[in-house]
Design a protein around this ligand. Structure first.
Ligand SMILES: Cc1cc2nc3c(=O)[nH]c(=O)nc-3n(C[C@H](O)[C@H](O)[C@H](O)COP(=O)(O)O)c2cc1C
Length: 167
Protein backbone atom coordinates (compact mmCIF):
# COMPACT_ATOMS: atom_id res chain seq x y z
CA UNK A 1 0.00 0.00 0.00
CA UNK A 2 1.44 3.31 -1.07
CA UNK A 3 1.64 6.18 1.41
CA UNK A 4 -0.90 9.00 1.13
CA UNK A 5 1.79 11.27 -0.32
CA UNK A 6 2.38 8.81 -3.15
CA UNK A 7 -1.36 8.37 -3.79
CA UNK A 8 -2.31 12.06 -3.93
CA UNK A 9 -2.76 13.84 -7.21
CA UNK A 10 -4.86 16.78 -8.28
CA UNK A 11 -8.47 15.87 -9.02
CA UNK A 12 -10.41 18.39 -11.09
CA UNK A 13 -13.53 16.46 -12.15
CA UNK A 14 -16.02 15.18 -9.64
CA UNK A 15 -19.07 12.96 -9.34
CA UNK A 16 -22.35 14.49 -8.18
CA UNK A 17 -22.07 12.62 -4.84
CA UNK A 18 -22.14 14.97 -1.86
CA UNK A 19 -19.31 15.13 0.66
CA UNK A 20 -20.67 14.19 4.10
CA UNK A 21 -20.37 16.51 7.10
CA UNK A 22 -18.25 13.85 8.82
CA UNK A 23 -15.76 13.97 5.95
CA UNK A 24 -15.88 17.77 5.91
CA UNK A 25 -15.06 17.79 9.62
CA UNK A 26 -12.13 15.38 9.09
CA UNK A 27 -10.71 17.64 6.36
CA UNK A 28 -10.89 20.70 8.61
CA UNK A 29 -9.44 18.86 11.60
CA UNK A 30 -6.46 17.80 9.48
CA UNK A 31 -6.11 21.33 8.13
CA UNK A 32 -5.80 22.71 11.65
CA UNK A 33 -3.39 19.96 12.70
CA UNK A 34 -0.69 21.35 10.38
CA UNK A 35 2.63 22.65 11.65
CA UNK A 36 2.99 26.44 11.76
CA UNK A 37 5.73 28.88 12.77
CA UNK A 38 5.64 29.36 16.55
CA UNK A 39 2.39 27.39 16.33
CA UNK A 40 0.70 30.61 15.21
CA UNK A 41 -2.08 28.83 13.25
CA UNK A 42 -2.92 31.75 10.94
CA UNK A 43 -5.80 29.94 9.21
CA UNK A 44 -9.52 30.36 8.90
CA UNK A 45 -11.76 28.54 6.43
CA UNK A 46 -14.98 29.11 4.54
CA UNK A 47 -16.81 25.98 3.46
CA UNK A 48 -18.92 26.50 0.36
CA UNK A 49 -21.57 24.15 -1.01
CA UNK A 50 -23.74 26.84 -2.61
CA UNK A 51 -23.73 26.07 -6.38
CA UNK A 52 -24.14 29.71 -7.41
CA UNK A 53 -21.20 30.86 -5.30
CA UNK A 54 -19.04 27.96 -6.52
CA UNK A 55 -19.80 29.07 -10.06
CA UNK A 56 -18.89 32.68 -9.28
CA UNK A 57 -15.61 31.58 -7.67
CA UNK A 58 -14.80 29.46 -10.73
CA UNK A 59 -14.36 32.69 -12.72
CA UNK A 60 -11.77 34.20 -10.37
CA UNK A 61 -8.91 32.86 -12.54
CA UNK A 62 -8.34 30.64 -15.56
CA UNK A 63 -7.34 27.73 -13.34
CA UNK A 64 -10.38 27.98 -11.08
CA UNK A 65 -12.75 26.09 -13.44
CA UNK A 66 -12.82 22.86 -11.32
CA UNK A 67 -14.96 24.73 -8.78
CA UNK A 68 -17.87 24.78 -11.22
CA UNK A 69 -18.32 21.00 -11.02
CA UNK A 70 -17.26 20.51 -7.41
CA UNK A 71 -19.82 19.62 -4.74
CA UNK A 72 -17.81 21.47 -2.17
CA UNK A 73 -14.92 23.84 -1.70
CA UNK A 74 -12.81 25.13 1.15
CA UNK A 75 -11.50 28.67 0.86
CA UNK A 76 -8.44 29.09 3.09
CA UNK A 77 -7.99 32.50 4.65
CA UNK A 78 -4.80 33.82 6.19
CA UNK A 79 -5.10 36.13 9.17
CA UNK A 80 -2.62 38.36 10.99
CA UNK A 81 -1.31 36.78 14.16
CA UNK A 82 1.09 39.49 15.36
CA UNK A 83 3.86 36.88 15.35
CA UNK A 84 5.80 35.34 12.46
CA UNK A 85 3.99 37.32 9.78
CA UNK A 86 6.27 36.47 6.86
CA UNK A 87 6.03 32.74 7.58
CA UNK A 88 2.24 32.64 7.42
CA UNK A 89 2.13 31.59 3.73
CA UNK A 90 4.22 28.52 4.57
CA UNK A 91 1.83 27.67 7.41
CA UNK A 92 -1.09 27.99 5.01
CA UNK A 93 0.62 25.72 2.47
CA UNK A 94 1.18 23.04 5.11
CA UNK A 95 -2.46 23.25 6.11
CA UNK A 96 -3.59 22.93 2.49
CA UNK A 97 -1.45 19.86 1.89
CA UNK A 98 -2.98 18.30 5.02
CA UNK A 99 -6.44 18.85 3.53
CA UNK A 100 -5.39 17.24 0.25
CA UNK A 101 -3.86 14.23 2.00
CA UNK A 102 -6.90 13.82 4.26
CA UNK A 103 -9.12 13.96 1.16
CA UNK A 104 -7.04 11.16 -0.38
CA UNK A 105 -7.38 9.14 2.83
CA UNK A 106 -11.18 9.61 2.75
CA UNK A 107 -11.39 8.39 -0.87
CA UNK A 108 -12.02 11.93 -2.05
CA UNK A 109 -9.96 14.06 -4.38
CA UNK A 110 -9.18 17.72 -4.60
CA UNK A 111 -7.18 20.44 -6.24
CA UNK A 112 -5.36 23.48 -4.86
CA UNK A 113 -6.48 26.54 -6.77
CA UNK A 114 -3.91 29.27 -6.37
CA UNK A 115 -4.95 32.69 -5.08
CA UNK A 116 -2.32 34.35 -2.86
CA UNK A 117 -0.27 36.46 -3.67
CA UNK A 118 -2.18 37.43 -6.86
CA UNK A 119 -3.83 40.73 -5.91
CA UNK A 120 -6.60 40.54 -8.51
CA UNK A 121 -7.71 37.09 -7.35
CA UNK A 122 -7.58 38.16 -3.70
CA UNK A 123 -9.73 41.21 -4.48
CA UNK A 124 -12.31 39.20 -6.47
CA UNK A 125 -12.72 36.60 -3.72
CA UNK A 126 -12.97 39.28 -1.02
CA UNK A 127 -15.76 40.89 -2.96
CA UNK A 128 -17.67 37.66 -3.79
CA UNK A 129 -17.50 36.39 -0.20
CA UNK A 130 -17.58 39.77 1.55
CA UNK A 131 -14.44 38.99 3.53
CA UNK A 132 -13.16 41.09 6.39
CA UNK A 133 -10.08 43.26 5.71
CA UNK A 134 -8.06 41.37 8.31
CA UNK A 135 -8.29 38.16 6.28
CA UNK A 136 -6.46 37.35 3.03
CA UNK A 137 -7.83 34.62 0.78
CA UNK A 138 -4.93 32.18 0.34
CA UNK A 139 -6.33 29.52 -1.95
CA UNK A 140 -9.47 27.59 -2.85
CA UNK A 141 -9.58 23.81 -2.59
CA UNK A 142 -12.16 22.06 -4.75
CA UNK A 143 -13.10 18.70 -3.23
CA UNK A 144 -15.34 15.80 -4.14
CA UNK A 145 -15.56 12.17 -5.18
CA UNK A 146 -13.28 11.78 -8.22
CA UNK A 147 -14.97 11.16 -11.55
CA UNK A 148 -13.96 7.81 -13.14
CA UNK A 149 -11.96 9.61 -15.86
CA UNK A 150 -9.65 10.90 -13.12
CA UNK A 151 -8.54 7.36 -12.37
CA UNK A 152 -5.25 7.67 -14.25
CA UNK A 153 -1.84 6.51 -13.02
CA UNK A 154 0.23 8.83 -10.88
CA UNK A 155 3.42 10.08 -12.48
CA UNK A 156 6.46 9.45 -10.32
CA UNK A 157 8.70 12.49 -10.04
CA UNK A 158 11.57 11.17 -8.00
CA UNK A 159 14.79 12.58 -9.40
CA UNK A 160 18.06 11.46 -7.90
CA UNK A 161 19.91 14.43 -9.45
CA UNK A 162 18.02 16.81 -7.15
CA UNK A 163 19.73 15.26 -4.15
CA UNK A 164 23.18 15.92 -2.76
CA UNK A 165 24.44 13.94 0.18
CA UNK A 166 26.76 15.03 2.94
CA UNK A 167 27.73 11.96 4.95
C1 LIG B 1 0.37 27.14 -5.46
C2 LIG B 1 -0.43 26.22 -6.34
C3 LIG B 1 -1.36 26.76 -7.20
C4 LIG B 1 -2.12 25.93 -8.03
N1 LIG B 1 -3.12 26.48 -8.79
C5 LIG B 1 -3.90 25.67 -9.54
C6 LIG B 1 -5.01 26.21 -10.26
O1 LIG B 1 -5.28 27.42 -10.22
N2 LIG B 1 -5.77 25.37 -10.99
C7 LIG B 1 -5.51 24.02 -11.05
O2 LIG B 1 -6.26 23.30 -11.73
N3 LIG B 1 -4.45 23.47 -10.37
C8 LIG B 1 -3.67 24.26 -9.61
N4 LIG B 1 -2.65 23.72 -8.87
C9 LIG B 1 -2.36 22.26 -8.95
C10 LIG B 1 -1.11 21.98 -9.78
O3 LIG B 1 -1.37 22.22 -11.14
C11 LIG B 1 -0.68 20.51 -9.54
O4 LIG B 1 -0.42 20.30 -8.18
C12 LIG B 1 0.54 20.15 -10.36
O5 LIG B 1 0.27 20.18 -11.73
C13 LIG B 1 1.06 18.75 -10.00
O6 LIG B 1 0.07 17.77 -10.22
P1 LIG B 1 -0.49 16.85 -9.05
O7 LIG B 1 -1.09 17.73 -7.97
O8 LIG B 1 -1.52 15.99 -9.71
O9 LIG B 1 0.63 16.07 -8.48
C14 LIG B 1 -1.90 24.53 -8.03
C15 LIG B 1 -0.95 24.00 -7.15
C16 LIG B 1 -0.24 24.83 -6.30
C17 LIG B 1 0.73 24.21 -5.31
Amino acid sequence: MKSLCMQRKSIRKFKEDPVSETMERALLESAMQAPSATNQQPWEFIVIRHKGILKELSSVSKGAWPLKGAPFCIVSLMRETGRKSNMRPQDMGASTENILLEATYQGLGGVWIGVYPEEDRIAKIKSILDIDDKLTPFNMIAIGVPEASENTPITRRFDETRIKRID
